[in-house]
Design a protein around this ligand. Structure first.
Ligand SMILES: [Zn+2]
Length: 170
C-alpha cells in the first residue's frame, strides 16, 4: 500500500479541463492483460494470443469503438452497462481480474494507473449511491415531519417553513 500511496502523490492532482481520450491506453492495457493471461493459461508465446482470446479481444475492441459513452467512457471492467454480451463480459472480467498480480509485475505503471481508475469509479459510484440515499432520507424526513406537524398542531403557524415552497413531484 505504501508504494501505491507514493505513486498517487506523484500523479497530478487536478485533471485537465478538456476530456482526455483514454481509449487507446485502455485498449493497450486490455491487450497486455490478455497477453499475460493467455501466456499463463493457454501456453501461448510472446505477444501472440490463442484463437479464443483473439476472438474475444476482437469483439471487445469493436464494442469499445462503438461505446455509447464516447471517449469519456468508464473503464470497461468497471462499466455498469457492459456491452460485450453476457458470456464475453464474464470472460473479459475473469481475464482482467485474474491477471492483476501478473500485470503488476510485468507492467507496473500501467497497472497502477488502471487500478487508480478502478478506485475512481468505485468512489464515484459510492458517492452517487450516498447522494441518492441522502435524497431519499431527506424526502422521507419531509414526509415524516409533515405528518408529525399535521398531527401535532394542525393550525399552528410557529414554523418558519411558510416561506419555503414545498415541491410535490409525482
Ligand atoms: Zn488464450
Amino acid at each position: 500500500m505504501g508504494i501505491l500511496d507514493k505513486i498517487k502523490n506523484l500523479l497530478p492532482k487536478r485533471k485537465p479541463a478538456e476530456p482526455v481520450n483514454n481509449i487507446p491506453k485502455e485498449k493497450e492495457n486490455i491487450r497486455k492483460t490478455f497477453g499475460v493471461y493467455c501466456r499463463s493459461k493457454h501456453n501461448t508465446e510472446g505477444d501472440k494470443l490463442c484463437p479464443k482470446c483473439t476472438a474475444l479481444l476482437t469483439t471487445i475492441f469493436t464494442k469499445i469503438g462503438r461505446c455509447p459513452y464516447g471517449i469519456t467512457k468508464p473503464i470497461c471492467d468497471k462499466c455498469e452497462t457492459p456491452c460485450f454480451g453476457e458470456k464475453q463480459t464474464k470472460d473479459f472480467l475473469e481475464i482482467m481480474n485474474s491477471s492483476q498480480k501478473k500485470m503488476l509485475l510485468s507492467h507496473p505503471m500501467m497497472t497502477i494507473k488502471h487500478k487508480i481508475q478502478r478506485l475512481g469509479v468505485d468512489y464515484a459510484i459510492q458517492e452517487r449511491n450516498k447522494k441518492s440515499t441522502d435524497k431519499q432520507k431527506e424526502a422521507e424526513e419531509k414526509v415524516k415531519s409533515k405528518i408529525a406537524n399535521a398531527l401535532k398542531s394542525p393550525k399552528s403557524s410557529k414554523s418558519k417553513s411558510k416561506s419555503k415552497s414545498k415541491k410535490k413531484k409525482k
